[in-house]
Ligand binder design. Structure first.
Ligand SMILES: Nc1nc2c(ncn2[C@@H]2O[C@H](COP(=O)(O)OP(=O)(O)O)[C@@H](O)[C@H]2O)c(=O)[nH]1
Ligand SMILES: [Mg+2]
Length: 307
């Protein structure tokens, strides 16, 4: 899906916390001699921004060999950093999967409080703004208020919603929503799920069940399994991603709350550790506070060479 376009200004302000720590700090290194001390400081800054060991090591190693080859004499440290950071993110398909035959079904998963319901509303709004028809499924039937939260969004955005009683079987709600999406011929069905259960049933088993219900009705559904990770949770996001990826085939990550953290470098760690592409980012609480993840503008905002 060519879901909306990135706006650099919104991204820059959404990343303001990361920019006021990481970006400002790396600018202090500009013009410094590229000796061991400078590279140690750069390494420290990358780790502090949660970039992770893999990307940090790769970048520092490349810098060291570039210095040894004398290549950095005429190169700007930040230009080279921008180049290397971008290389780490290149070559991934970041667009949302779309089915030739509607409805495209998107399953949204993640632990409690990471921003699933908000992210569903954001995607729904973006799709609606592109004149696509959308249906929401409230398959978080456990948390008190979860269904009404999504219902409120649906009303505000003028989008239909399929829901069951609180406590009802989320697989049944899912079944109904897929049937309704087919009958109404909507373009996209967005399924909001629970992040925590008050039953004996393990969360992952419930997700698998929801997934199975959709694929029984539409062979290649769900076309997208989006895992929502909360950027403010830093390194904890990595273990969450691994756990979900073990049970359901996660096809993309929605990284929420990037506006709430100074450690926006977590994007690199997530992709290094999981191999799953970050497809969308959340940069605020409003339905319009979402951007497709665009490596180039992301890295540009982080390094901020100016134009
Ligand atoms: N600052 C910020 N807050 C967010 C973002 N996404 C969600 N939230 C907030 O996170 C809280 C939990 O969101 P919710 O969608 O209910 O999470 P869920 O339990 O995973 O469904 C709410 O207060 C949201 O407004 C974001 O991108 N930025
Ligand atoms: Mg929710």
């Amino acid at each position: 899906m060519g879901l909306f376009t990135a706006t650099l200004n919104a991204l820059r302000s959404g990343l303001s916390k990361t920019r006021s720590s990481f970006t400002e700090s790396i600018h202090e290194l500009r013009g410094r001699t590229l000796d061991e001390e400078t590279l140690d400081e750069l390494e420290h800054l990358l780790i502090t921004a949660d970039v992770g060991m893999q990307t940090t090591n790769a970048i520092i190693t490349e810098f060291k060999s570039a210095v040894a080859r004398g290549e950095l004499k005429n190169r700007d440290l930040l230009e080279l950093l921008e180049e290397k950071l971008l290389e780490r993110l290149e070559g991934k398909n970041r667009s949302l999967a779309v089915s030739d035959q509607p409805p495209t079904t998107v399953l949204v998963a993640g632990v409690n409080g990471v921003g699933k319901t908000t992210s569903v509303a954001k995607i729904a709004k973006a799709l609606k703004d592109e004149n696509r028809s959308v249906l929401l499924a409230a398959a978080d039937t456990f948390r008190a208020g979860a269904v009404s939260q999504l219902t409120t969004w649906a009303e505000r955005l003028g989008i239909d919603i399929i829901k069951g009683e609180q406590g009802s079987d989320p697989a049944a709600v899912t079944f109904d929503s897929v049937a309704a999406a087919q009958a109404r011929q909507v373009d996209v069905l967005l399924i909001d799920t629970a992040g925590r259960l008050h039953t004996q049933e393990p969360l992952m088993r419930q997700l698998e069940k929801i997934k199975q219900v959709t694929s029984k009705q539409i062979e290649d559904a769900p076309h997208e399994v989006l895992l929502v990770l909360d950027a403010t949770q830093g390194q904890n996001t990595l273990s969450q991603a691994k756990k979900f990826a073990e049970s359901v085939n996660v096809t993309g990550i929605f990284l929420s709350k990037l506006d709430g953290t100074a450690r926006g470098g977590i994007v690199f760690a997530i992709e290094d550790e999981t191999g799953i592409p970050v497809k969308l980012i959340g940069i605020g609480e409003r339905p319009e506070d979402v951007e497709p993840f665009d490596p180039e503008s992301f890295v540009q905002s982080l390094v901020d060479l100016g134009s």
